[in-house]
Design a protein around this ligand. Structure first.
Ligand code: FAQ
Length: 315
C-alpha cells in the first residue's frame, strides 16, 4: 500500500517535470537503471580516451596536438562527473570500475574500432561526438538532477569537439587528392559504427519503455538516429564527401533521409566483447588501474596524515 502510494507520487513528480534528487524516494528499478546507464556512460568516456589518445604523439602540428590533448582531457573530465553522479545513487567508484573490468558493465560499442589514420581524429570528432551530442542534449533534461546537471557542461564541450572534428576534415578535404581520399576512407569506416551508437532499433530496445516513462530518455533510439542521419547527410555535402550508403536518399514525404540497413549482427558481436579492439581496450584500462594503485594509496595516506594532524591540534 505504502509502496503503491510512493510510486504514484514519484510518477506525478516525473510528469510535473520535477527533478528527482539523491535523497528523494525512488523505485529501486529507477535507481538501478540510472546506475546502469550513467556508469556505462562514464566508462564510455574513459575508454573513449584511448582511440584518440593514441594519436596525441603523432598529431601533424602543434596546433592539432593542443586541440587533441584538450579534447582527450575533456573526455576524462566527463567520465569523472558521471562517476560522481552515479555515486549519488549509492554505488561506489570501485564497484563501477570492477564491473567494467569484469565485463559486467558495457561501454559504447564505437570505442572498439581502431584509429588507423590521422583522418580518423576528424571523423571521430565529426561523427562520434556528433552522435554523442544528438543523444546527450536531451539528457540535459533527464529526470535525475545530478545526471542532468552534469550533462549541461558535457554537451558544451562535446559541441566544441564536433566542430574541431569537422574543421579538421574540411582542411583535409580542401588539401591534396591523397588527403581527401584519407578523409573519405575514415568516413567509410566510421559511418556505420556511428549509427550503432544510438543502440538497437526501438523494437529491440529492452530498456526504452521504462526509461521513457521515467523521462530518463526523452527520445527513442531510432528517433535520435534519424536526426543524426539528417544532420550528417547535409554536412557531408559541405565537405564534398559521400556517405557509404547506396540507399541514402531524401524522402520528400517523410521529410527525412531514408538510409540502408544496419548490420546488427556486427553490433551485437562488438557489444558482446568480440569487436576488433575490445580486448586491447579493456587490457589498457586494467593496466592503467593497476599502474595507478600507488597514486590512490598515496592519496589515502596523505588524507589520513592530515586528519591525524588536525585531530592532534584540536586535542
Ligand atoms: N554500445 O535497451 P537499450 C561519447 C546496450 S559517450 C554498447 O536501447 P538503453 C563521448 C544497452 O546498454 C557515448 N552497448 O539501452 C565521447 C543495453 O544493454 P544493458 C556513450 C549498447 O540504455 C566521444 C542493450 O544494448 N553515450 O561518445 C549500445 O535504453 C568521443 C539494449 O539497448 C552514452 O552512454 C552501444 N552503442 O539505450 C568520448 C549516453 N547501445 O545495459 C570520447 C547515455 C545499446 O541492458 C570520444 N546512454 N547498448 O545490458 C544512453 O543514452 C543509452 O544508454 C543508449 C542505449 C541510447 C546508449
Amino acid at each position: 500500500m505504502l509502496v503503491h502510494y510512493l510510486e504514484n507520487t514519484f510518477q506525478q513528480k516525473i510528469d510535473a517535470e520535477t527533478r528527482i534528487e539523491p535523497k528523494d524516494w525512488m523505485p529501486d528499478k529507477y535507481r538501478q537503471t540510472l546506475i546502469r546507464q550513467i556508469s556505462q556512460h562514464a566508462h564510455s568516456e574513459i575508454v573513449g580516451m584511448l582511440p584518440e589518445g593514441a594519436w596525441i604523439s603523432r598529431a601533424p602540428s602543434l596546433k592539432r596536438k593542443q586541440i587533441l590533448l584538450a579534447k582527450v582531457q575533456d573526455e576524462a573530465g566527463h567520465g569523472l562527473y558521471l562517476y560522481s553522479a552515479a555515486e549519488t545513487l549509492g554505488i561506489s567508484r570501485d564497484e563501477m570500475i570492477a564491473q567494467l573490468h569484469s565485463g559486467k558493465a558495457k561501454y559504447s560499442s564505437i570505442f572498439n574500432y581502431p584509429t588507423l589514420t590521422w583522418a580518423d581524429m576528424g571523423a571521430i570528432g565529426w561523427l562520434v561526438d556528433g552522435a554523442a551530442i544528438m543523444n546527450q542534449v536531451p539528457l540535459c533534461r533527464t529526470s535525475y538532477g545530478p545526471y542532468s546537471r552534469a550533462m549541461i557542461r558535457v554537451c558544451k564541450e562535446e559541441s566544441f569537439h564536433q566542430r574541431q572534428g569537422f574543421e579538421s576534415l574540411l582542411v583535409l578535404c580542401q588539401g591534396s587528392a591523397e588527403q581527401k581520399a584519407m578523409a573519405q576512407d575514415a568516413l567509410n569506416r566510421w559511418w556505420w559504427p556511428s549509427l550503432m551508437m544510438f543502440g538497437p532499433h526501438d523494437s529491440d530496445s529492452t530498456n526504452s519503455e521504462a526509461s521513457m516513462q521515467w523521462k530518463i530518455k526523452r527520445f527513442s533510439n531510432d528517433e535520435l538516429r534519424q536526426r543524426f542521419v539528417d544532420m550528417i547527410a547535409e554536412q557531408a555535402k559541405v565537405l564534398g564527401l559521400t556517405l557509404p550508403d547506396p540507399d541514402l536518399k531524401w524522402n520528400e514525404e517523410r521529410g527525412h533521409y531514408d538510409f540502408g540497413k544496419i548490420n546488427w549482427e556486427e553490433f551485437w558481436q562488438v557489444v558482446g566483447g568480440n569487436g576488433p579492439c575490445n580486448k586491447e581496450r579493456l587490457d589498457a584500462r586494467k593496466k592503467a588501474w593497476e599502474d595507478g594503485a600507488w597514486v590512490r594509496e598515496a592519496a589515502v595516506a596523505h588524507a589520513e596524515k592530515r586528519a591525524a594532524r588536525k585531530a592532534a591540534v584540536a586535542a
